[in-house]
Design a protein around this ligand. Structure first.
Ligand code: ZN
Length: 277
């Protein structure tokens, strides 16, 4: 399945590359691995640090990075919203949550367009489900998303485990009530009273009040930071390269910086052969 999706995307890749060549006659900075010279050494330092510290030195053995999920789908990501709050949610708020999530994911994905063989001009973000304690909290009656009621794990509502990539990393969603198209790769876990955030292959967790209050913001920086973790980027609590502030160094930047962008592209550079690129 993965290779079929991969081949279908090749024409997009070829087109993006041609456009890039046509528009940048004097520079091919965006078309391959060509970071600014002042970032090359720090990027190398970060990568070697990750190689030695991730998964007991087994960075390349892990198969559920956001990248793996995206390619398993042929270039899209499905989400479940875990509504870990007693507040009510209107249909307009539901749609605004989806729109904000899309915009934040797009900030990362756009960094790859035209870069180093990346095959997707766009990465659709679908919200396929909402999980809640009490159905009455969700003030809509349409069926645009699957609703999961009072399925509790980690003391919080979750979408059905048979539909979750975290629980079925082989991509078998045979027992998902809505079928494979309603599976979810990641959860956007919104917790009332939660400060800071957490992120990983399972998704991103941030405060529900923080997120609902930030829906109109251009850079929802805690979500952006946690999304970085889903695609492999590390934290920098114990050490940091000498490149000034950047998003993944918590508290030192509130948007994706050029250094973050190149760390993200470095993940693509190192994993792309997995997907035949
Ligand atoms: Zn972090």
């Amino acid at each position: 399945m993965v290779s079929r999706h991969m081949r279908r995307s090749r024409p997009v890749l070829a087109l993006a590359f041609v456009v890039s060549l046509a528009l940048t006659v004097t520079s091919c900075a965006s078309s391959g691995w060509n970071p600014p010279s002042n970032l090359a050494a720090p990027l190398d330092e970060v990568w070697r640090h990750q190689e030695s510290t991730y998964n007991n030195g087994n960075l390349y053995g892990f198969r559920n990075y956001g990248w793996d999920q995206l390619f398993a789908n042929g270039g899209s990501i499905n989400y479940c919203v875990r509504w870990d709050s007693s507040a009510h949610v209107t249909a307009a708020q539901r749609d605004a949550v989806h729109a904000a999530l899309k915009r934040q994911v797009k900030k990362w994905m756009d960094l790859l367009v035209g870069h180093n063989g990346w095959p997707y001009a766009e990465v659709p973000v679908n919200v396929v489900g909402w999980a809640v304690r009490d159905r009455a909290q969700l003030e809509w009656t349409d069926t645009s998303v699957d609703v999961y009621v009072n399925d509790i794990r980690e003391n919080a509502p979750q979408c059905a485990e048979p539909c979750g990539r975290f629980f079925h990393q082989n991509g078998n969603y045979a027992n998902c009530p809505g079928g494979a198209s309603r599976h979810y790769d990641q959860s956007l876990w919104l917790t009332s009273g939660f400060g800071g955030g957490a992120g990983g292959d399972w998704g991103q967790r941030i405060g529900s009040e923080y997120f609902m209050g930030a829906l109109a913001q251009s850079d929802i920086h805690i979500l952006l930071h946690e999304l970085g973790h889903t695609y492999g980027l590390d934290d920098f609590y114990d050490w940091s390269p000498d490149v000034g502030g950047f998003l993944m160094k918590a508290g030192s930047a509130s948007r994706i910086t050029e250094f973050d962008a190149w760390m993200f592209r470095d993940w693509w550079r190192h994993l792309k052969s997995r997907y035949g690129y």
